[in-house]
Design a binder for this molecule. Structure first.
Ligand SMILES: Nc1ncnc2c1ncn2[C@@H]1O[C@H](COP(=O)(O)OP(=O)(O)OP(=O)(O)O)[C@@H](O)[C@H]1O
Ligand SMILES: O=P(O)(O)OC[C@H]1O[C@H](OP(=O)(O)OP(=O)(O)O)[C@H](O)[C@@H]1O
Ligand SMILES: [Mg+2]
Length: 281
């Protein structure tokens, strides 16, 4: 199976890291290489531009692809979205100069909007029956309203810094995006694709969980169990050469702070908190 992965840009690193955590470490991957093997002999990686990945998948050059929802929508391919990989979160927004008169989409009838996403922008205005000229640019979109190239833009924002620096205000949200795993509808049910989905889901499930290990005297066990809201209850084991018990449990990351205090009060000692690589439920 071939997986299409962003070759550069902000999505490259987190995608490679995710593959690694999912058990698919890339081998023999050098800078500017287009193909790489993974530790699984059945899985190879094809490096492509984030914007081209939907097309690689639609064409069958890759069985699955990892890229932003914005790119899949813009490509016009109709791929199946298998897993939201929960990074690369951003919004495509319609924005216009802060101090200008444009404050709602309808005012853009007969005006010009610049964007790197002409298809999404066209659909957005068509749906609302607003007749707008769309100018395609390939970067620095935020500049165009200040050089009379456009009256507004449709562009990506996450922190909002770029819009603020360029004195642009959001008028409307066009799309919420994040990175997803995409496949052609015909291959979405293949065994290998399903295995990949399970692997990614197990990584995501582990992200907000922590593994707690502690020692507990047997007379304190019930009190300790009372404060543990864990996944499927704690695992309790004998500790060799001691009367203590070892208690292991998986808990939500946001509960860790409070639970540790409660566990100490209940008599737990030697409490260890570790991250979890993957969690297959
Ligand atoms: N500021 C941002 N915050 C979060 N995600 C973003 C942001 N900018 C872009 N993205 C996501 O990353 C994807 C790719 O953006 P990136 O800037 O890495 O690629 P690019 O600009 O197309 O790269 P290049 O032109 O170098 O090939 C976008 O389609 C979007 O899904
Ligand atoms: O809301 P913010 O956090 O400021 O992010 C928004 C900016 O991020 C992206 O650009 P990027 O940094 O990827 O540069 P690029 O134009 O070279 O792709 C996007 O095109 C915006 O310009
Ligand atoms: Mg970019």
């Amino acid at each position: 199976m071939r997986i299409a992965v962003p070759n550069k840009g902000r999505l490259h690193e987190p995608t490679v890291k995710l593959l690694e955590r999912a058990g698919l470490r890339i081998e023999n991957g050098a800078d500017r290489k287009l193909y790489a093997e993974t530790v699984d002999p059945d899985v190879t990686v094809l490096f492509a531009r984030a914007a081209d990945i939907p097309e690689y998948v639609a064409d069958g050059a890759a069985a699955v692809g990892i890229t932003g929802l914005d790119q899949e929508r813009e490509s016009g391919t109709d791929l199946d979205e298998l897993v939201d990989l929960e990074f690369g979160q951003c919004r495509l927004v319609l924005a216009a100069p802060e101090d200008g008169e444009i404050t709602e989409p309808a005012q853009l009838a007969g005006k010009t909007v610049a964007t790197e996403f002409p298809r999404i922008t066209r659909e957005y205005f068509d749906e609302q029956g607003i007749d707008t000229d769309i100018v395609e640019v390939t970067g620095a979109t935020e500049l165009t309203p200040h050089v009379e190239m456009a009256d507004a833009i449709v562009d990506i924002t996450s922190t909002g810094t770029t819009l603020a620096v360029n004195r642009l205000a959001i008028i409307d949200e066009v799309l919420q995006s994040s990175v997803r795993l995409f496949a052609r509808p015909e291959t979405a049910d293949d065994d290998k694709v399903q295995q990949l989905m399970t692997a990614f889901e197990s990584v995501l499930a582990a992200d907000d969980k922590r593994y707690l290990m502690m020692n507990v005297a047997s007379e304190d066990l019930e009190a300790v169990k009372d404060v543990i809201p864990g996944l499927g209850g704690p695992t309790v084991m004998d500790v060799a050469g001691s009367d203590d018990l070892a208690v292991h449990v998986v808990v939500d990351e946001r509960e860790v702070f409070e639970i540790i205090n409660d566990l100490k009060a209940a008599g737990a000692t030697g409490i260890l908190v570790t991250e979890i690589e993957r969690l297959v439920e």
